[in-house]
Design a protein around this ligand. Structure first.
Ligand code: HEC
Length: 156
């Protein structure tokens, strides 16, 4: 064997070894990578969300037109109502006016928003003050009242 052939066969051996290593790695990667073709669009949106949050501004300036629009934008009356008021107002427990029942809400809404809100904050007859959750702020109770009344035929 001349030096040249010896070198070539060494190179060939090295080539074969590297080649099979690369092949094995590719196989392992393919075998271990989970392919999930049925990813729901929700999940994809959910995964994208953090990156949107990452580039979101650190602070937001909210321009308040009046107290009503502030209440509507900053506090979700629906969420507060679901969490604090629905236990009575969804089912009509203790004769609470049911959310969505225009007949029950009509005369109450006719009292005006201020009266409704103040009755919800202070309680009225069997309706406990702030629905029994005194940690709610007046603004949160007002937002919940506005949500319930407007879901029941009102536009306060
Ligand atoms: C423990 C049950 C209960 C919970 C919880 C509750 N309510 Fe009520 N609510 C009532 C009952 C009962 C009435 C009817 C009272 C009456 O007129 O005799 C009522 C009436 C009302 C009225 C009508 C008041 C009026 O002037 O006619 C509003 C507005 C109201 N609730 C808002 C709320 C809000 C907002 C919450 C949550 C923060 C809430 N309620 C939680 C039982 C409840």
């Amino acid at each position: 064997m001349s030096k040249g052939t010896e070198l070539r066969s060494v190179l060939e051996t090295v080539g074969v070894v590297i080649g099979s290593l690369v092949g094995a790695i590719i196989l392992i990667v393919f075998a271990t990578t989970k392919y999930e073709p049925s990813e729901s669009p929700d999940k994809i949106v959910g995964e994208k969300k953090p990156s949107i949050e990452n580039i979101a501004p650190v602070a937001e300036v909210k321009v308040m037109k009046d107290s009503t629009s502030d209440t509507k934008s900053a506090i979700s009356g629906e969420k507060i109502a679901q969490a604090n008021c629905a236990m009575c107002h969804a089912s009509g427990l203790m004769n609470a006016p049911k959310i969505g029942d225009e007949g029950q809400w009509g005369p109450r809404i006719a009292q005006g928003k201020d009266m409704l809100v103040s009755n919800a904050i202070n309680g009225i007859r069997t309706m406990p003050a702030k629905g029994g959750n005194t940690s709610l702020t007046d603004e949160e109770v007002a937002a919940a009242v506005i949500f319930m009344a407007n879901a029941s035929g009102g536009s306060i």
